[in-house]
Every structure is written in structure tokens, then in C-alpha cells.
Design a protein around this ligand. Sequence first.
Ligand SMILES: Nc1ncnc2c1ncn2[C@@H]1O[C@H](COP(=O)(O)OP(=O)(O)O)[C@@H](O)[C@H]1O
Ligand SMILES: [Mg+2]
Length: 433
Amino acid sequence: MPWGENVETVELPVTGGEFAVAGDRAPRARRSPHQLERSHESALSALSAVSSYLDSDEDLPSFFGRLSATIAVQTRARRAAFWRLGARGTLGLQPAAYGFADESPVHNIRLPLGARGEGVIELLVFEDQLALLKGSAPELDAMWRNAGLNDVKNSIAVPWRAGERRIGAVAVYDSPHGFTAHDLWVLRLFGMAAGLLWQYKESEDELSHTAARLEEAMAARRHLLNNIAAGGDEARRRFASALHDDSLQLLTAAELQLERCRADSNGSHQGPQLDQVRHTLRKVEDSLRRLLTNVSPEPLQLPGDLREAISERLESLRIRAGIEPHIDISVPADVPPAIQAIILKNIAEALNNVEKHARATKLMVAVEAVDGGVRVAVSDDGTGFVVAESVRMPGHIGLVAMRERAQLAGGWCRIESEPGTGTRISFWVPMSL
Ligand SMILES: Nc1ncnc2c1ncn2[C@@H]1O[C@H](COP(=O)(O)OP(=O)(O)O)[C@@H](O)[C@H]1O
Ligand SMILES: [Mg+2]
């Protein structure tokens, strides 16, 4: 038998929901002003109880405790509880139910879906089809008693839901004079309001989870970027110190031994040959020292040095390749070191390419602060090249590395060129990592 037996003379203010069958069987009566007022008051109390959570820092269990108390008052029940549908299809008690003693068996009750044969939970949670008879829902009462709540006098329950989503059920127990259709209506209102709140809470949790993930990803990116900014330096440092502390010292020792041999063999026929060996060793040493200067890591530019570092590179290009650069550099004061390193590496690569490949006569370098970052453009009037081919040339990774560095920093890099039209490399990197 559906909800609606034993109803007061209420015309129910909610549409939808099968419990509105009251009118199908019993003749509806006009609601008195007093009843209307009661309905409004209940609706208001449901909405304000739920929305109070939104502007407080209250934790969820204590909020549900408070909400259960309000529901009990509004439905004139002695006890009220939210039952939550768990992942394994069981209803479990939401913490802080109202009116139950700490030692009540209610706290240990798990109600599996469908396992009891009666299908009461399905009827309740998914169909909202329990019957109200003489102030109670007999099927529900029987279920509570079976589960160990022997002292339940009467009870009603409705779905706890958000739209089509079923979160569980909300139940009230022990009304001194039995529950009415109005109580049921109030309960349903609370069930829906609490459902919306639950959904809100879940989205909020999801949002903060996503924000945390995003922050982790940003931190990982910053870490990666710092590694890239220092990229290769560590390997070069190790190579340089091995070269210096090992190979060059052994070589010096060999030269000293040779000096002694030379002294011992004074006047012998081996003299010229030993001179020859000494000469070769000197050449080896010279070439190793040159290598050492080339592979020693360049010191990372300190903030403020960027402009100077760029100018130095342009000056050496002018001396070596005879290209007179036009420069327009205005670097913001507080570029972080890792970003400075990226800017310098990209400029150095672009200038190397001009020197190596372009056969240019004109060179233009512009650096400016734009959109919270630094934009750099290096243009030459040289031979130009087919971009799509050159970025795929095996073993030639300068252009690709430029683009990757800029993108990893959260910026972009554009390579514009065609044979005969010169080349323009531009990139932008944000000031913050
Ligand atoms: N400014 C330029 N002018 C002419 N050709 C260039 C320029 N920059 C790059 N290129 C062409 O693109 C190719 C790839 O450049 P890059 O990736 O830096 O590798 P690499 O410099 O080691 O050859 C070069 O070999 C060259 O053919
Ligand atoms: Mg290159």
C-alpha cells in the first residue's frame, strides 16, 4: 500500500514522488491557512538548515548531527538518522545520528541491498514506494526490528538524493502520535536539500583534490625545469674535473719524467727524438687545456646579469663573424635564475646558428617584458632554411631543444624561415615557474 493512508487533510505541496498518492485515494481537502503556514515554515527550516552549512566551517559529521536534530523537531520524531549507501550496496549509518544512545545497536547495523528478500531498501531508496499506515511504515518498522532495533515504535523514511542520484535514505523514528503525510513531505524536502548539499560537498572536495594535483604537477614541472636549466652542467663539471685532476696531472708527470730522461741522456743520439716527444706532449697538453676551457660549465647568470650576458655574446659574434647586431634589450629586473638560464641558452643557440649556418650580414636581437613574461626575437637576413626539414634532422637538436625549453617553462617558441628570406626565432617564457 503506498504512502498516503491515514493522511491529514493536506493537499501536498510537492509534485513528483509517489507518496503524493494521498489524493488518489483519499479526497483532498483545501489546506487551512495554519497548515500552509506550517508547510512554509518546514520548507524554510529545511533550506536554512542545509544552507547554513555552506557559510560555516563546520565539519560534515557535526553538520549532519545538527541537521538530524532539526529534522526530528520538524517531523515531531524522537530520533532521526541519515543512512548512506556504500560502495558495496549496503546502507550504513552516517555519523552523528540524532536521539540514539551510544550503545544502541543502530551504530553497527549494515543493511545490504536486496539481501533481506523483502526489497525494502530498494523500495525506499530507489522507488520511494513505502506504505504509510496508521502513522508508520510497517515494512520499515519490521526491517529495523530484524536488524536489532527492537524499540522502534514507528518510523518513516525517504530517499536521500540529489536529482536522480541516490545517496541513501533519511529516516525518522518514534513520533508520539504517529507520522503524518505532512511529516513525510517535510522529510522528503530535507532528503532532497541534504542531497544537493552532499553533491556540492563532493564537487568541492573534487575541486580541492584537483587543485592539489595541479599544484603537485606544477611543482614537478618547476623541478624538471630547474634540472633542464642546469642541464648538462653537472656532466660537464664531472668531465672537466676528471680532465683536470687526472689526465692533465698524469701528462705533467710524464713531461717531468721526460725532462729527467733528457738530462740523463745528455749528448746521446736519442736527444732529438726525446725533444720530439716533448714537443708532442706539449701539444697534447695544449689541446687538453683548450678542451677544458670549452667544457667547463658556464656559471649560471645571477639576476641582473642577463642583459650583460646577452651583450657579451653579441660582442663575441661581432668579433668572430663580423656581424654588427641591432639590439633592443629591456630585461625586467627580477627574472628568476632558472628562467634567465633558459633565455640565455635559447639566445646562445640562435646566435650559434646564425654564426654557423646563416651567412648573414644583419642581425636583430630584441628582448622585452610582455604579458608577465619575457619575449625574445632573433632575426637574421641570411640564407634561411626549410623549417619542417631542419627540425627533423637527426643529430641536429638545437632548434628542437629551444622549443622544448620554452614550452617546458610554460611558454612558446616560433621558428620562421624560408630559403632566401632569412630567419626569425622568437620565444616567450613566463616570469614565474
Ligand atoms: N639562422 C639560420 N640560418 C640558416 N639556417 C639555419 C639557421 N638556424 C638553423 N638553421 C638550419 O637548421 C638546421 C638545424 O639547426 P639546429 O637544430 O640548431 O642544429 P645544428 O645547429 O646542430 O645543425 C641547421 O643545420 C641549419 O641547416
Ligand atoms: Mg644549432
